[in-house]
Design a protein. Sequence first.
Length: 320
Amino acid sequence: MLSAAGLSAEEEAAYRLLVRTAGVEPAELAAELGVESEAARRALGSLLAKGLARAVPGEPDRFTAVAPDVALAARLHRRQEEVDRARQAVEQLTGEYLAHSRRREAAQLIEVITSRTALREQLRLLQDNARHEVVSLCRAGHVAMTSQENTEELAALGRGVGYRVIYEGALLEEPGMLVNLADGIKLGEQARALPTLPVRMMIADGELGVLPLIQHTGGLTQLTAALIRPSSLLDALEALFESLWERATPVSLTTPGSPLDSDHLYLLSLLVAGVPDKSIATQLKVSQRTVQRRITHLMEQAGAQTRMQLAWHAARENWL
């Protein structure tokens, strides 16, 4: 039990006996422990050297224990410092090992995933382990899961992980997407949209990415995806995301300084993103006439004669 403090089984037995007595001689210690005199003297000498035992004042041939909270606490503290230093050394060595092994083995950089179940599990782990930010390109037509099934994002947002997501226009027309998107934005997701996206992917903390290698998996085509670790390829994918992010249209519920309420701002975001009136009406469970009436209100507020002018005014005035 006291091995964590650096005591052997013999030393621990001797120390426990000393704790229970006012003082014992080496011969008495050997008799109580049931060991040879030499073994008892060796254990006692070790305890003296480690500061766990001392001679009884005035009786140099009798020995007793140093208080455990004094002797053992200090030893455990030193051991903890040693463990902490060893852990830091292990982390450093692991980093060096990965850096060198990845140069030797391409398999350390890219791992191929060949089933939807495995891909779904990797996407779950990637988000569960994220600490700072997850970025994602979401194309229409899910591969491993729908946006509504991605409950890991909601949990990650709840613990403070940032999300930046670019949605393909066609995806926003899929049933339930607009309500799901609004829920994510309310929890802190930053969302933008583009008419089309070149790939679908997800990257966590700039350290791990998942990229389907075959975008369309209908018929007999087998799903194939890549798990990508820190490398020039992952850097390139991050750069791709950032370039698309700069071009994409914000989808918002609130914007500092915007004169629009959340409903009208969300409607304007979807309109500029290219979502058709009918799809907006169906998903938000309002009539198409209501959508058109709200758009007319926005045009009047912007002094615009056409929807193109409305979009131009919204961009110029930073409504989005």
